[in-house]
Design a protein around this ligand. Structure first.
Ligand SMILES: [Zn+2]
Length: 349
């Protein structure tokens, strides 16, 4: 397969692209495709390439990939193509949003042969919204392609899943992914790249996103105790207090990422090799490590990356911290319970 500089190919998913484009070239594309993979990078890039393949002016029987720089492709990258309807993962995905999608699907495409609807994180659909979307898919408006993405399809309405052709992206082995990551981020040490790949569960896009935010060593900031309190908040009131204190101290979610990174490194027994960066003492790291499962910590990392993006987009700082803490609360082990006299960790059975 030919790689171009302009199209960001999802690393390791070339087989899936080939399959999808093969069907597309033969006019055998399913009307609704469900891409399963972590949303923040891998599944999203894949959805982008599929949408580009619909609109690319230079994709003919001979070309393997959309070119990435024609009117159609750029319209996808910038999300400005008139026939592209992209529903991002922020906010709710309720009946109103799905009604808007259904209405748009009845309108003829403005420039291309078909309207393309990308709907991110379909596990967020409420029951009535999923039912409404199913109705739209069952009663095809003709010239429309639906590209749904989900990182946890088990949480989706089964009937909606069964109406879509699934394309399950695969994580890569560390042996394949570590050299690629080192090539992308030359400042990383091999040990660090290994730790990142492990944290990312072998997902290339996620690994790259973590590597780009990989925190460097820092002195413990004065508000580190508030941050730990927020990360372990047992109630929404505690989360709100910690969030307000961190916002007034102008704390950045970068430090939360550093704390999570240290917890994962400790958990993986890598701390003697690559050291800690957050300035947190070992007792607090142990407490955090006990409060979350390994899988939970991976999801925490994802929530933290979202908080960083929100901070970049100037979302209200206190609200951003609060949302992060509430999200993390839900990811915590149920056996973990903060007590009045301090933090206590119950033994796992
Ligand atoms: Zn193109």
């Amino acid at each position: 397969m030919r790689e171009t500089d302009s199209v960001r190919l999802p690393k390791g998913q070339e087989w899936a692209i080939e399959t999808a484009l093969y069907c597309l070239r033969r006019g055998r594309v399913a009307q609704a495709q469900l891409i399963v993979g972590p949303l923040e990078a891998d599944a999203m890039v894949f959805a982008e390439v599929m949408a580009m393949a619909q609109f690319c002016d230079r994709l003919d029987a001979g070309a393997c990939l959309p070119c990435g720089d024609c009117y159609g492709c750029l319209g996808v990258i910038k999300r400005t193509h008139p026939d592209l309807h992209w529903t991002a993962a922020e906010g709710t995905l309720g009946i109103d949003e799905v009604r808007a999608i259904a209405a748009a699907s009845q309108v003829r495409p403005a420039v291309g042969a078909a309207n393309v609807f990308v709907i991110e994180a379909c596990e967020r659909l409420t029951g009535p919204a999923a039912a409404a979307l199913l109705k739209t898919l069952e009663d095809p408006p003709g010239a429309a392609l639906f590209i749904l993405t989900a990182s946890a399809p088990a949480q989706m309405e089964p009937t909606l899943c069964s109406r879509c052709l699934p394309l399950r992206l695969r994580p890569m082995s560390a042996a394949d992914l570590v050299p690629w990551l080192l090539q992308q981020q030359s400042a990383l040490a091999a040990d660090e790249a290994e730790a990142i790949v492990h944290m990312a569960g072998g997902w290339p896009g996620r690994a790259l996103a973590i590597a780009q935010r990989w925190p460097s060593s820092r002195d413990a900031p004065p508000w580190l105790a508030q941050l730990v309190a927020g990360l372990l908040a047992g109630t929404s009131a505690e989360a709100a207090v910690a969030a307000a204190e961190l916002a007034s101290a102008s704390a950045s979610p970068e430090t939360a990422l550093a704390v999570l990174r240290d917890t994962l490194v400790y958990r993986e027994d890598l701390s003697s090799r690559i050291g800690s960066v957050s300035g947190l003492d070992v007792g607090d790291i142990e407490t955090l490590s006990a409060a979350y499962s390994q899988h939970g910590l991976g999801l925490c990392l994802e929530a933290c990356m979202q908080a960083l993006q929100a901070a970049d987009a100037n979302v209200n700082a206190s609200l951003n911290w609060y949302v992060l803490f509430i999200r993390l609360q839900r990811l915590r082990r149920s056996c973990y319970a903060p007590t009045q006299g301090g933090l206590r960790v119950r033994e796992e059975r």
